[in-house]
Design a protein around this ligand. Structure first.
Ligand code: DX5
Ligand code: ZN
Length: 218
């Protein structure tokens, strides 16, 4: 089943709880929360307190994307704040398998994220632990960037590899997703799509979500 996860990064930061509720009421399956630390990416957003506030406003799963240098130091605060799915990048230098184990031990799901230039060469130690793989189709840091189509073959190859090796891991895509390109990512193997500006940037977000869902399933 296809899922859409609007990214609140493109919402109004003056009323995050309302924006979260608005996406839920408009039919969002998950809500995507972009946490940035100004080190791993050249932008800063919000921390666990904002996640906890949003948690109180909606019932849909919170998909918390950590774009931070030390996921191993901070994961705990985000799970405690109510993250249901925590995704951690593989590019920084920290113990990824141990962090995944720790997140799952707390009762949340854990996924790994690959930047557009990061090859899909996840070790068995990682693959056997994760609940999800998130493929970036923009360089992380900002909403409203253009979809990098050259990532699509990497997703397709990863999907083939996972299927033929018996890994049933859902794939998610993040960055520049619109109704016009979501089918490309779905055909490559993703089942969850993040969309920021293509949802919150539209006057009617219910219609925006429906348009993306229709295009994904069409
Ligand atoms: C980028 C973030 C994305 C972003 C997506 O660093 O990880 O989740 O909010 O926004 P759009 O869909 O506008 O590219
Ligand atoms: Zn994101």
């Amino acid at each position: 089943m296809f899922k859409i996860a609007p990214s609140i990064l493109s919402g109004d930061f003056g009323k995050l709880s309302d924006e979260a509720k608005r996406a839920e009421d408009a039919g969002a399956d998950w809500l995507h929360l972009d946490v940035m630390d100004g080190h791993f990416v050249p932008n800063i957003t919000f921390g666990p307190q904002a996640v906890a506030a949003i948690r109180k406003a909606v019932r849909i799963p919170l998909d918390v994307h950590l774009m931070i240098q030390r996921p191993d130091t901070y994961y705990k605060h985000f799970v405690e704040a109510g993250a249901n799915i925590l995704t951690v990048h593989v590019e920084p230098d920290y113990d990824v398998p141990a962090t995944i184990d720790a997140v799952r031990k707390m009762g949340a799901q854990c996924g790994v994220v690959l930047n557009p230039d990061t090859p899909f060469d996840l070790s068995g130690e990682i693959l056997k632990r994760i609940d999800l793989i998130l493929f970036m189709t923009v360089y992380p840091g900002f909403g409203g960037q253009k979809f990098i189509e050259s990532v699509v073959p990497k997703i397709r190859d990863a999907k083939k590899f996972l299927d033929s090796n018996g890994y049933r891991i859902p794939l998610e895509v993040d960055g520049g997703i619109t109704a016009a390109n979501v089918k490309l990512a779905v055909d490559a193997g993703i089942s969850i799509a993040v969309a920021g500006s293509a949802v919150y940037g539209k006057p009617d977000i219910k219609k925006a979500i429906e348009d993306i869902r229709k295009a994904a399933q069409g």
